[in-house]
Design a protein around this ligand. Sequence first.
Ligand code: ADP
Ligand code: MG
Length: 650
Amino acid sequence: MPVPLHVLFVEDRPSDVDLLLFELRRSGYEVTWQRVDEEPDYREQLRPDLDVILTDYNLPQFDATTALQILHETGLDIPFIVVSASIPEEFAVEMMKQGAADYLLKDRLGRLGAAIDSALQKHQVREARRKAEEALRESEARHRAISELSSDYAYSLYISPDGSVVSEWITDAFMRITGFTLDEVSARGGWMSLVHPADRERLESRWQDLLAGCSTTAELRVATRSGGFRTIRDRARPVYDPATGRVHRIYGAAEDITQQRLLEEQLRHSQKMEAIGRLAGGVAHDFNNTLSVIRGYTEFALEDLPPDTPLREDLEEIRKAADRASSLTRQLLAFSRKQVLAPHDVSIRELIQGVERMTRRVIGEDIELETRFSPGLDTVFIDSGQMEQVLLNLVVNARDAMPGGGRLTISTGSVEPDELFIARHPEARPEPYVVVEVSDTGCGMTREVLQRVFEPFFTTKEAGKGTGLGLATVYGTIQQSGGFITVYSEPNLGTTFKLYLPCITSRPPETGSATGTSGAGHASETVLLVEDEAEVRKLTFRLLSRYGYRILEAASAEEALALARHHRNPIHLLLTDLVLPGMPSRELIEELRRMHPEARLLLTSGYPDEVLVGRGLIQPGEMLLQKPFTAQDLARKVRGALDRIPDPLR
Ligand code: ADP
Ligand code: MG
């Protein structure tokens, strides 16, 4: 079957064309053709659908060399064969070098068919390769386009036989992640200069793995233009050169996992704090009870001693030591979010202004104090005494960080967390927060210190200077108040703490505060005392009986109810620990009110983790006595509870 062939003849003599046509047909081609003999016509006839160009070597107005050049300029790949009556050897060679497919002498046209066959075959091979390359380019382009859309980047490295590495391409996301352009990276000394120094060694051994043919994954920190680092996970795959058998390319893809790592870090941190908190809270609770006993008996002894015995001083020292110890346990309880808070509506601005004078005294004259209040949200629901303590702890730390003077700034603001904010601060809820910022220009902290600042007993200060409890209590108090805290610090650049306090709309019910007259005297009321800790019960009993109260003593709710059932006279006060073994204190209270509606209520607790109000252990208006208490605290609160007028049932 004849093969169709579309030919362009560049020939001035039509008879020669006839000859060629004859030869072609003889070789089995079914020819369609044009003939041109001038350059403009030739240019016009150069089309992609041509199968072959057959050209005379010398034309009156044109020549084969020019024709071939013009063909190259068009970018078309068409087999180009020179057919001439005479062609000098060196010109023929030159034409072949420039890309002619073949050359023939007119007196040997018998070879024409074969020459065309072979040219077409070569052309086909070329064409196939070109198509494959194009497909590869296209797929690479597609791949790049896709990876450019993601937050990850991909790259390709070429390793030349002499071992030098050329970056073939890298997607734009690289720039989005690092903020650097490739030119800037080379100006800084190459990609390696971006890698965190601590990660470079790892990278070196990884490179050896890649060259040895292993795919690898590595986690690295890379510098960004803004001066920080981002963590990326980089996966790379070596590609062998089939010709030489050596690794000649590395394809890689990297994703930015900074956010993921940050969240994991935060989770680990909060789990650690939780565990330490439970431990500290447990110890503090037991210790607290023991302290109450030490303090109580010291007070008895003091009262019973004549005024001027030398023993008095010793006992005073014991009392002071017990006070110091109980302030320590209070801080630990604060850290483990187990302190009793008495939150109420507080204007942050007024609170800060209230402690301003004290702040100035604490920081001394070398440190400048600036307070700034932004208009807008200002009221939070918080225990103001605890909040003052929080500020004071931060102020003292700031002072310690600026031994040579500096500037301390306390300012307020507000934030309504959006998605981005919550992504960075997982503890935040999408509700408005008042933000208190305490900022100093002091020595700042290293990363290692920063990671541990909130741990109880973590201090960098010399023995006797720091307890390591300041920030632990700050942390606990803010958490217990439904807020959270962040800290930014760089060595030598100062430190900024930000306290986020929720502006609560549906707030927990208020707990009662201490009111009423203080004082001992000759009370006559009956108190039902429920306390499972024998020592604390004994002490309370002794204290109350000294004031003249009659006391019914019970170690559990069941015991208390049994007593109450058989007691014919009024019970004026139920004084009970909030957390009792067995029956919940709530049930005890309800039950007792049925039997003795006259009874008022005073709750005690040193460990009111469930106090927190959401669980309904304390209800609005109820009074609470925090352990460890002094004789005075007890007397005042008991009196206060008994004398409360408005709500006789309580
Ligand atoms: P303490 O003050 O008793 O050491 P803290 O819990 O208050 O305990 O603080 C723990 C540690 O945190 C300090 O020892 C100090 O290293 C660091 N720190 C706290 N606040 C600052 C600050 N404003 N500037 C620099 N370092 C601070
Ligand atoms: Mg401190």
